[in-house]
Write a protein that binds this ligand. Structure first.
Ligand SMILES: Cc1cc2nc3c(=O)[nH]c(=O)nc-3n(C[C@H](O)[C@H](O)[C@H](O)COP(=O)(O)O)c2cc1C
Length: 182
C-alpha cells in the first residue's frame, strides 16, 4: 500500500476572498483517501527576505515555514498575476528557501484560478525550476474563477469536482510523487 501523502499549499494572494485560495481549498476538500493538503497561513507573516538574516539569525517564522516545507511530500502553488509578475509575498516566501536544503527535488504542482496570468505562470515555472523543485507538468490545473461571483465560483468548483478534474490533477501529482520514490 502507498504511504499517505502530505501536500502543502502556497497561495500567492493574501485576499480574504482570494480565488486562488478557494481553488486550493477545493483541492484540499477533494483530496483522495490517504492524501491531506494543508494550506499555508505563514506567507503574509514572513519578513522581507534578507540574506544577512539567514543561518543562525533566521527568524522563527521562517524556520516554521521551512519545517512545513521539509515535512511535506509535495507542494501545490496557486497565485495571481500582479503587473505581469509574481506577487511579492509569494516570491519573498520562495526567496527564503532558495539557499536552504528543503526544496531541491521536492515535487510541485501549479494550480491557477484564472484564464489570464500567463506572465506569472511563466515566471513561477522559471523560479521553481531554478530552485530545483521538480515541477509535475501533467498535474497543472487551470480553473477560472476570476471575475465570477462567489455563487458562480461555487458552481464552477462543484462542476470541476463532479467532472473529476480536481481529483484527476491530484491523482497525477501523487502518482508522480510515488513514482519518484519507488
Ligand atoms: C495590483 C494588481 C495587479 C494586477 N495585475 C494583473 C495582471 O498583470 N494581469 C492579470 O491577468 N491580472 C492582474 N490582476 C488581477 C489579478 O491577477 C486577479 O484579480 C486574480 O484573480 C486575483 O487573485 P485572487 O483572487 O487569488 O486574489 C491584478 C490585480 C491587482 C490587485
Amino acid at each position: 500500500m502507498e504511504k499517505s501523502l502530505i501536500l502543502y499549499a502556497l497561495c500567492g494572494s493574501q485576499r480574504k476572498a482570494s480565488t486562488n485560495r478557494r481553488l486550493l481549498e477545493a483541492l484540499r476538500d477533494s483530496a483522495p483517501a490517504g492524501v491531506s493538503i494543508r494550506v499555508c497561513e505563514l506567507i503574509g507573516e514572513l519578513p522581507i527576505f534578507n540574506p544577512d538574516r539567514e543561518g543562525e539569525s533566521t527568524p522563527a517564522v521562517v524556520e516554521e515555514f521551512a519545517a512545513e516545507i521539509r515535512s511535506c511530500d509535495g507542494i501545490v502553488v496557486a497565485c495571481p498575476e500582479y503587473a505581469h509578475g509574481l506577487p511579492g509575498g509569494l516570491k519573498n516566501a520562495l526567496d527564503w528557501l532558495v539557499s536552504r536544503d528543503e526544496v531541491p527535488f521536492k515535487p510541485v504542482m501549479i494550480a491557477h484560478a484564472s484564464h489570464r496570468g500567463d506572465f506569472a505562470l511563466e515566471q513561477l515555472t522559471e523560479v521553481l525550476k531554478t530552485m530545483s523543485l521538480r515541477l509535475v507538468d501533467e498535474a497543472f490545473l487551470r480553473i477560472s474563477l476570476l471575475g465570477k461571483s462567489s455563487e458562480t465560483q461555487a458552481d464552477v468548483i462543484a462542476e470541476s469536482v463532479e467532472s473529476g478534474r480536481l481529483l484527476s490533477a491530484l491523482v497525477k501529482f501523487c502518482a508522480a510523487i510515488n513514482r519518484a520514490r519507488a
